[in-house]
Design a protein around this ligand. Structure first.
Ligand SMILES: Nc1nc2c(ncn2[C@@H]2O[C@H](COP(=O)(O)OP(=O)(O)OP(=O)(O)O)[C@@H](O)[C@H]2O)c(=O)[nH]1
Ligand SMILES: [Zn+2]
Length: 335
């Protein structure tokens, strides 16, 4: 099985591993030994907003140093800044370095841009916001979010909103075998459990229009309405740009809203990439015929994963769930 690394899935990425071609870059590094570490919180027309040392009170505008070449720099990236990092009006710092990413969330290619691009870097978890009713939950969307998490290095969390309108039990049951943590919210109650889960961490948020994402963000980030510029994208709906924005949580951590992102870049994700997220099946998958899609009969009659369940080493529900995710990958083109 050719093991593919999520960090190498497309050419528009930062080179995240020291490879053959990186020697000149490491030579250059000492010149910026004084670079200040910061996190990118917003990107807008060739300007990057950065928080120095993760301090939400610091808001430095930066440009990209010429030496970075075409290296993409996205929200969540950890960067090194030189120049004026005071954040005072009309000052401009320079991004001279992009650190290796610990996770990536990609959006799908579309008519205006044929590449799958990273929209959020370094998020620890992805909050998949789904309404229990109005609009009704779409498991296909949730499943594709899960695949994006497993292959991008994020921990998924289900956030089921509008619990005042419908009971969460049925939906929770269909994800029980995946062991995905879930939080249930409703607008007439404080989202305390959710706030606890987000505290001190970097969490990306996705959800379709109308599921109550803005309602949640405004609850979690009380200043979201007051802050200028970058946060104006929150809650404007479909027509807003696809760029993400990181908002500081009052008790530490960041939520990264992803307005306009409604589907994920899974075009290069293989069946084996998904199986790797299921440790009990990963080894058996190497016994499968080459090119096995692991769907089982009739598509993949010689798939070895059924043997794992037959031997008692895995629960049948785990294989069913895994295969549902594998099947959902096939539907990635639909939005
Ligand atoms: N019954 C009920 N309605 C809610 C709840 N949360 C949000 N809503 C309503 O659902 C609608 C959509 O909420 P928003 O927060 O704007 O949803 P959104 O996902 O941000 O949608 P866009 O702004 O279109 O991206 C609004 O009318 C909210 O008042 C809830 O817990 N229960
Ligand atoms: Zn197989």
């Amino acid at each position: 099985m050719a093991r593919r690394d999520w960090r190498e899935l497309d050419e528009s990425d930062v080179r995240v591993r020291p490879g053959k071609g990186t020697r000149p870059r490491s030579k250059r590094r000492p010149a910026h030994a004084d670079a200040v570490p910061a996190r990118v919180t917003a990107v807008d027309r060739g300007r990057w907003t950065c928080a120095v040392a993760d301090d939400p009170g610091s808001r430095v505008t930066a440009m990209r140093a010429r030496e970075l070449g075409r290296t993409p720099v996205v929200v969540g990236d950890r960067v090194g800044l030189v120049g004026d990092v005071s954040g005072k009006p009309d000052t401009l710092a320079r991004i001279v370095r992009v650190e290796e990413r610990t996770s990536v969330l990609r959006r799908t290619a579309d008519d205006t841009d044929p590449y799958e691009r990273v929209v959020v870097a370094n998020a620890e978890q992805l909050l998949i916001v789904t309404a229990l009713a109005d609009p009704p939950p779409r498991t296909g969307f949730i499943d594709r979010c899960l695949v994006a998490c497993y292959t991008g290095g994020l921990e998924p969390v289900l956030c089921l909103t509008k619990a005042d309108l419908a009971d969460p039990e049925e939906l929770l049951a269909s994800y029980a075998d995946l062991d995905v943590p879930a939080v249930v919210t409703r607008h007439d109650e404080e989202p305390a459990e959710l706030a606890e889960r987000l505290r001190g961490r970097v969490s990306a948020l996705v959800g379709h229009s109308g599921v109550g994402k803005s309602t949640l963000v405004n609850r979690l980030v009380p200043e979201a309405d007051l802050a200028t510029g970058v946060v104006s994208a929150v809650g404007k709906g479909r027509h807003t740009s696809v760029s993400a924005v990181a908002l500081p949580l009052p008790e530490g951590g960041w939520v990264v809203d992803t307005p306009g992102v409604r589907s994920f870049g899974l075009a290069h994700v293989t069946a084996d990439d998904i199986v790797e997220a299921f440790p009990e099946f990963a080894e058996a998958a190497e016994e499968c015929p080459s090119g096995c899609g692991h769907l089982g009969p009739p598509e993949d009659p010689d798939c070895a994963l059924d043997d794992v369940v037959a031997s008692g080493a895995a629960r049948p529900g785990r294989l069913e769930s895994l295969r549902r995710l594998l099947a959902s990958r096939a539907g990635i083109a639909e939005t």
